[in-house]
Design a protein around this ligand. Structure first.
Ligand SMILES: [Zn+2]
Length: 451
């Protein structure tokens, strides 16, 4: 494959460079001007921008277990349509959960027949795992997973939170096996009593938010990152929505952080207007938080972005009460397009920082950077071709995801993903998935001591 005349986004380069890209055996074989034809198929990328395929390092595809909510085909197809070439799936929302090696192998055998983009799995440590299987499960999974997910407030009764002592033990093992702990950071000592006190006082997005405000996030980030700092153990805070939480992360030496488009695009006033389609945990925050998150993302103090893709069905999103409506949105297909439109084209992110935030920083944190994250000779030919001039309006109904209810409904974005290639194979082109289910491959983290 030869991709001709695109404006290519190279790492650490302030502007696009007009280049041809030669792909051989799925790997970038050469970069240069006017590369001689070799009889291979060509893509004319004149007028298009060529990016390293985006990495979505936080998705819930519910597979196996709950394929009516999402499955690996629909989830990965939606990702590909939005320029994502690698996803990392959470351990806690499939059945079985990825809490030991047998479960991981079982899950892999099912979803690798469905995926159209490359994928990795996070492992998980709940209080149930802590009571039965810890720390052996972390030792046996470490070669196969880039990190381990935990909660400070339980996401479900099937996967419960850790207390501070348990965090200290788990972080010690994380340091030993050299894999970060991922933290859903909302403080149970705030969220649970606030819910009990406020639930009867109203049924509105604002009251729901008041049970999980900025402070609930900040307290959890402070406490667990303090444990990690003391132990010099690797910690990563997922879906940061509060500026103060991001500031704490920036001051730590072993803690990294991610945010999501929903925290950059929306705030509590939007939640009051949109309601359940924007219900997520942690909820979106006060209007003054968004600009501060953008600033910290631009500075690299928030390391990268993720979608936290987690669709709820129409029924789950319309239970009649904000307290019981499903918390989660199908953000996968809008992750890269929103960051491109609002971040790069909106002037909030430089090109090098945009590339780090959408691909390279996650590749490094999760030890996929020997194959993924940059347009560079020798790395996988994961490429996203964008028409910078096309504008379009997001319609949930058009999504490849099973989840059609999105808070981005009706938002107009600048720049459209035209073609997505995974290891040199065209997976998505002009509105259609053209790869067969199973084209995506399982990824294990490298163990070279880098990152
Ligand atoms: Zn999540």
């Amino acid at each position: 494959m030869l991709i001709r005349n695109g404006a290519v986004a190279l790492p650490d380069t302030p502007a696009f460079v007009k280049l041809d890209i030669r792909v051989h055996n799925g790997v970038i074989a050469a970069l240069g001007r006017d590369l001689p034809p070799d009889g291979e198929p060509e893509i004319d990328a004149e007028g298009l921008e060529v990016f390293p395929g985006a990495i979505d390092p936080h998705v819930h595809f519910f597979d196996p277990g709950f394929p009516d909510k999402e499955d690996f085909y629909h989830g990965s197809a939606a990702a590909a349509s939005g320029g994502v070439t690698t996803v990392i799936d959470m351990p806690c929302t499939s059945d079985p959960q990825v809490i030991n090696l047998d479960n991981l192998k079982h899950k892999r055998s099912i979803v690798e027949r469905k995926a159209v983009v490359d994928f990795a799995f996070f492992g998980g440590v709940s209080s149930q795992v802590y009571a039965d299987g810890f720390p052996d499960c972390m030792h046996e999974l470490a070669a196969y997973v880039p990190a381990f997910k935990t909660y400070a407030t339980s996401g479900s009764a099937l996967f419960e939170r850790l207390n501070h002592y348990q965090f200290s033990r788990v972080l010690e093992v994380a340091r030993e096996v050299n894999r970060p702990i991922l933290l859903h950071a909302e403080d149970a000592g705030f969220v649970l009593p606030a819910g009990e006190a406020l639930r009867e006082t109203g049924d509105s997005p604002r009251v729901f938010y008041e049970t999980r405000p900025e402070l609930a996030e900040t307290l959890a980030v402070f406490a667990v990152s303090e444990i990690a700092e003391t132990l010099q153990a690797p910690l990563h805070i997922v879906h940061i929505g509060s500026a103060r939480a991001a500031e704490i992360v920036a001051g730590r030496t072993t803690t990294s952080g991610e945010t999501c488009p929903q925290y950059l695009a929306f705030d509590l006033t939007d939640f009051e207007r949109i309601g359940a389609p924007l219900k997520i945990t942690p909820p979106v925050k006060q209007p003054d938080q968004k600009d501060q998150l953008w600033t910290r993302l631009a500075a690299g103090e928030i390391d990268f972005v993720a979608s936290d893709h987690a669709p709820g069905s129409y029924k789950e999103k319309n239970t009649g009460s904000i307290w019981t409506d499903y918390a989660g949105i199908p953000g996968g297909p809008t992750l890269f397009p929103y960051l491109y439109s609002a971040g790069l084209r909106g002037g909030r992110l430089s090109l090098p920082r945009f590339l780090e935030a959408t691909a390279d920083a996650a590749a490094r944190r999760y030890r996929l950077d020997d194959r993924k994250g940059r347009i560079q000779v020798g790395l996988d030919a994961d490429l996203t071709l964008v028409d910078p001039n096309e504008r379009y309006t997001v319609r949930g109904e058009d999504s490849f995801s099973r989840g059609k209810i999105t808070p981005f409904e009706g938002m107009t974005l600048t720049g459209r993903v035209r073609t997505t290639l995974v290891r040199g194979t065209v997976v998505y082109r002009d509105g259609e998935i053209v790869a067969e289910p199973g084209a995506g491959r399982f990824l294990a983290p490298h163990n070279t001591g880098r990152s």
